[in-house]
Design a protein around this ligand. Structure first.
Ligand code: SF4
Ligand code: FES
Length: 245
């Protein structure tokens, strides 16, 4: 007998609906490799073409398919239906973000925050190309490697109770990215990033719940980045050599 899986997905059109509602779909589940995104794609292709959600790579790289799956922030291309079956799977838009439609969230706030920490290598003086490469040792790359794995999926923001209460909080991924550049031996922009990350809505707003690191699908540890930045920032003010780049 063909197995079925029940998917309950949020439907919401802010121009027509007063509140979001759940719509139930029962679809075939025959393939052990089926992921929640496959289920949504099945619904879109065969049952209800009006269901809206984002995805692109289907391989845990682009970061666009993040949704709440049974209450937990997940990349839906990496959430296997077999891990939920035979229970129903409830799919909601990522928590803590405004909803554009159905399962699609508004990412403007996050994009603004990412830009605010200047996520690029800053040099006091740019050298001409002829001066050669900025070489790094493996140890120097290892300093920031894990923080560079972020795919901007925003699962950490959906898991963060502080961001849920205060959307001015700079948030886990932006701080982890700032840490990534501050730790890069080629970068000299720490002081330029300080006003944003050491602000009251920056690192000091974090109460170290740590869920950001738990839900991160790429092994980034934003909670660690925040604690390291708190320590560094404090040292800058108390040590005589602390303001060195
Ligand atoms: S830190 Fe992890 S959870 Fe947060 S945006 Fe980056 S990859 Fe996603
Ligand atoms: S579709 Fe790209 S990360 Fe899931």
């Amino acid at each position: 007998m063909e197995k079925k899986i029940t998917i309950q997905a949020t439907r919401f059109d802010p121009e027509k609906d007063r509140a979001p509602r759940l719509q139930t779909y029962e679809i075939p589940f025959s393939d052990q490799s089926m992921v929640v995104l496959d289920a949504l794609n099945y619904i879109k292709a065969h049952v209800d073409g009006s269901l809206s959600y984002r995805w692109s790579c289907r391989m845990g790289i682009c970061g666009s398919c993040g949704m709440m799956v049974n209450g937990t922030p997940k990349l839906t291309c990496n959430a296997f239906v077999r891990d939920y079956w035979p229970r129903p799977i409830v799919v909601n838009p990522l928590s803590n973000f405004p909803v554009v439609r159905d399962l699609v969230i508004d990412i403007e706030d996050f994009m603004r925050k990412l830009k605010s920490i200047k996520p690029w290598i800053i040099r006091k003086q740019d050298l001409p190309l002829g001066a050669g490469e900025h070489r790094q040792t493996t140890a120097q790359i290892d300093d920031f490697r894990q923080f560079s794995q972020c795919i901007n999926c925003m699962l950490c923001y959906a898991a963060c109770p502080v961001y849920g209460l205060n959307d001015e909080f700079l948030g886990p991924a932006a701080i982890a990215l700032a840490r990534r550049y501050n730790l890069d031996s080629r970068d000299q922009g720490t002081r330029e990033r300080l006003p944003v990350i050491a602000h009251s809505e920056g690192i000091w707003e974090c109460s170290f719940v740590g869920e950001c690191s738990v839900v991160c699908p790429k092994g980034v540890d934003p909670a660690k980045a925040i604690q390291q930045t708190k320590l560094d920032t404090t040292m800058r003010f108390v040590l005589p050599y602390g303001n060195r780049e």
